[in-house]
Design a protein around this ligand. Structure first.
Ligand code: GAL
Length: 659
């Protein structure tokens, strides 16, 4: 655990001293002390300085910064700089530049301009990782290794084509099996030799879903291989934990369950894409996934913004109080600290308008005052280190289902995997419940309620697992267009969803009937659905609500089925948010799941971390007025008893005594 080395929870961020001079470094030392910084991520984008020409290293400047940080009591999360190859590298190895699906070869001038499958890139990445580990592997300041940065660049070049073929041969063994798996009998796509197979580049119309799904799987494996090569090069010289920072929305084409098994500590970056309460809900969505990927073990928030963040076409500024609330929201859900991108706002360069802990305005600023306040708060929470979070509800998450739902040619363009997961999580968050994410084939018996919001692809083993879960006493909610295709993305025949799940649900879906954009369909219980409807019949299930409109009038829309000792529900449309919240509340009640703290109004979030002898309730008030607590308790942040949470404020209540 890095908290052992740090002596508490982590607080700090990406530190790029190479952008500044000595006078600023002195001020950095002072301000880091003032803010309670104990961990700095160094070297993320420093390749061009560390290796100014191929094979010639310059470590002197980094030696000096590590010594300075160490002398100042700041530990180091040392990055390998491989997310941003220097210009000399791309000029020497133009074949290592990424190629887009339409054949455009990108060039340097930004960052992440590499092709992961290029042998020259992989060799250079291993070499610099190894050189850094050899030099700094047992440096006293070193607390953590940070491999690369947000592995994300995809590539469709010839190296990728060759590596893809190797992966496909290993998976399918013969072209005959591959042709059957991809259904190449359709549209005359049959492959007669391995060389005929290309990455799914730009083509005329719909691409083959088996081809695109396998490409996503292949590239995820390629990312994990690139990461583990660097990790192993580091481990040869260092015993410090190794991580790589993940982005939890759909930005990276990675199976995060698989990558998480390869890191010593799961770490994520999180930048909410909406303001206010939506940002708070999105923070919980990210943190709950991070904890789940970590298998319930502590994890680390590696990056967040202090204020403005680039997000698509606009920039969102954080509201006063959000630096603390968002930091504590991550810590509440299992993060062993709160780090930021970046320490000091750059005066030049591509991200000069991205916020930082020390803004352009300097330390005499709202942002830095809030950073200090947050650092002080995190400093008081050291006793939470190593404690865990227990959830009684799980939302199912599977990269295969996500990638398959990105296939061309699906019946609706309004089926977005992460939006569906976010919506399910949001309804549970609004209900005051902490949610885990779980793989459909994982052991689910510890959950009282399991929700499958967008499980388009479901393996045979997954379908069997869900049936077993319900049969053994669980409450299962399966939502529209789930269990539809198998692991090859082939449609299930004889009625949807996959047979064992169909039996558990006691229904048979005969036909999918997507709704027109903006169309709303009515249900007999007064609720409404959009986007989707299905023609289904009940076998053993009971109809809770039927469609009342159009061709489906009188057909079941929402059903429930007794399945062994449990109950399996099926929802065949996308309910309006308020109706969906009602259904979720009913299922929580039936499954016996209560909010973490009873009696809190909407917009007040509570999460419990459990230690061996005591537990801590983190309560975050996202509202503009103070909120009373059910009873007065000891607050770690103020060090005294509190009976309310101030407007926009936070408390951390200890129950029990620290050993
Ligand atoms: C992260 C990235 C950082 C920085 C930040 C800005 O995704 O890792 O390097 O670019 O975004 O939001």
């Amino acid at each position: 655990m890095i908290t052992g080395r740090l002596g508490g929870l982590a607080f700090g961020g990406d530190y790029n001293p190479e952008q500044w001079d000595e006078q600023v470094w002195k001020e950095d030392d002072e301000l880091m002390r003032a803010a309670g910084v104990n961990l700095a991520t160094v070297g993320v984008f420093s390749w061009a300085l560390l290796e100014p020409e191929e094979g010639r290293y310059d470590f002197a400047w980094l030696d000096a910064h590590l010594e300075r940080l160490h002398a100042n009591g700041v530990h180091v999360d040392l990055a390998t700089p491989t997310a941003s190859p220097p210009p000399w590298f791309t000029l020497a190895h133009p074949d290592a530049l990424p190629v887009t699906p339409d054949g455009t070869r990108l060039t340097h001038g930004s960052r992440d301009t590499y092709c992961l499958t290029s042998p020259a890139y992989r060799t250079a990445a291993r070499r610099i990782a190894s050189a850094l580990a050899e030099r700094y592997g047992d440096h006293p300041a070193l607390a953590l290794w940070h491999v690369h940065n947000e592995y994300a660049t995809l590539c469709w070049c010839e190296h990728t084509a060759a590596a893809f073929r190797v992966w496909l041969r290993a998976k399918y063994g013969s072209l005959e099996v591959l042709n059957a798996a991809w259904g190449t009998a359709f549209w005359s796509q049959r492959y007669g030799s391995w060389e005929q197979i290309l990455p799914p580049r730009a083509t005329q119309w719909h691409r083959n879903p088996g081809h695109t799904l396998d490409f996503s799987r292949f590239f995820s494996d390629e990312v994990i291989a690139a990461y583990t090569e660097q990790r192993d090069a580091i481990r040869a010289h260092s015993d410090r934990p190794v991580t790589t920072n993940m982005m939890v929305p759909g930005y990276q084409n990675i199976d995060l369950w698989a990558l998480s098994r390869e890191v010593d500590l799961v770490s994520i970056d999180h930048y909410p894409d909406a303001p206010g309460l939506d940002a708070a809900a999105d923070t919980a969505f990210a943190a709950d996934r991070a904890r789940s990927f970590a298998g319930g073990k502590p994890w680390l928030l590696m990056e967040q913004g202090t204020s403005t963040v680039y997000g698509g076409d606009r920039v969102l500024a954080k509201q006063p109080g959000e630096i603390l609330r968002h930091s504590l929201a991550h810590i509440a859900r299992g993060s062993e600290g709160a780090l930021f991108f970046q320490w000091r706002q750059s005066k030049a360069g591509a991200e000069q308008w991205h916020s930082a802990m020390v803004p352009h305005a300097g330390p005499d600023s709202r942002v830095f005052r809030e950073v200090r306040e947050t650092g002080a708060a995190v400093g008081r929470l050291g006793e939470l280190a190593g404690s865990t979070v227990t959830a009684h509800v799980a939302v199912l998450h599977d990269s295969d289902a996500w990638w398959a739902l990105n296939s061309d040619g699906l019946p609706s363009s309004e089926l977005d995997y992460h939006s569906a997961l976010r919506r399910a999580h949001r309804a549970l968050w609004d209900a005051g419940v902490v949610t885990d994410f779980a793989h459909p084939e994982a052991e689910l018996s510890r959950y009282r309620l399991v929700v499958a919001p967008a499980l388009y692809l479901l393996s045979d083993a997954g379908a069997e697992n869900l049936r077993r879960y319900a049969e053994n006493g669980g409450t299962l909610l399966v939502q529209h267009f789930s269990g539809v295709v198998d692991s090859l993305a082939h449609a299930r025949l004889g009625g949807y969803p996959a047979a064992p799940l169909r039996e558990a649900l006691g229904i048979r879906v005969e036909e999918y009937r997507p709704l027109a954009r903006g169309e709303r369909i009515s249900l007999s219980d007064g609720s409404h659905g959009t986007t989707w409807s299905e023609s289904l019949r009940t076998d053993s299930a009971e109809t809770i609500a039927a469609y009342t409109d159009g061709a489906l009038a009188g057909s079941p829309a929402l059903t429930t089925n007794r399945c062994g000792a449990g109950t399996a529900w099926y929802l065949s449309t996308r309910l309006d948010a308020v109706d969906y919240a009602g259904l979720v509340a009913e299922l929580l009640e039936a499954a016996g799941v209560r909010p973490v703290l009873a009696g809190l109004p909407p917009g007040v979030e509570a999460v419990t971390r459990d230690g061996e002898e005591c537990r801590w309730h983190v309560v975050l008030n996202h509202r503009a007025e103070p909120v009373s607590l059910p009873s007065a308790a000891h607050d770690l942040l103020t060090g005294g008893p509190v009976g309310e949470v101030p407007a926009g404020g936070c408390v951390v209540l200890r129950e029990g005594t620290v050993p």
